[in-house]
Design a protein around this ligand. Structure first.
Ligand code: ZN
Length: 124
């Protein structure tokens, strides 16, 4: 990489110059690996797309956990409709958060990841 040097006027041709070259410190972004627990309810955040402070819009969808709970309830004899109850429990559903201003996806909460993050934070 070429470096531009300004030579002082009082330097005669042939005279040696001592150039103090200091290495430029390059700061690298260290990825943060702490688990952020996303709540299941709407929360206030700064949108990464439009940079507005917004309260998130939440959509819920039955993921793996409520279906496994349904299967478990069906296996123990709840097969007259009550095995479908876990599909309607909000804390068991996957929750997606969107910006209310620009509708950008912000975060997702899975009950399995939330439980893992809660157990890892409580153990340390
Ligand atoms: Zn936004």
């Amino acid at each position: 990489m070429p470096v531009e040097i300004t030579v002082p006027d009082d330097v005669s041709p042939g005279q040696k110059l001592l150039i103090d070259s200091q290495p430029v410190a390059v700061q690298q972004a260290v990825p943060v690996t702490t688990a952020i627990v996303v709540p299941s309810a709407p929360f206030l955040t700064t949108c990464p797309h439009c940079h507005q402070n917004v309260s998130t819009r939440v959509t819920r969808k039955a993921g793996l956990v409520p279906w496994l709970a349904c299967l478990g309830l069906a296996c123990v004899g709840c097969c007259c409709g009550c095995c479908l109850v876990p599909l309607f429990i909000p804390d068991l559903q996957d929750t997606s958060h969107f910006c209310t201003n620009c509708d950008t996806f912000i975060a997702k909460r899975s009950p399995l990841k939330a439980a893992a993050a809660a157990s890892s934070s409580s153990s340390s």
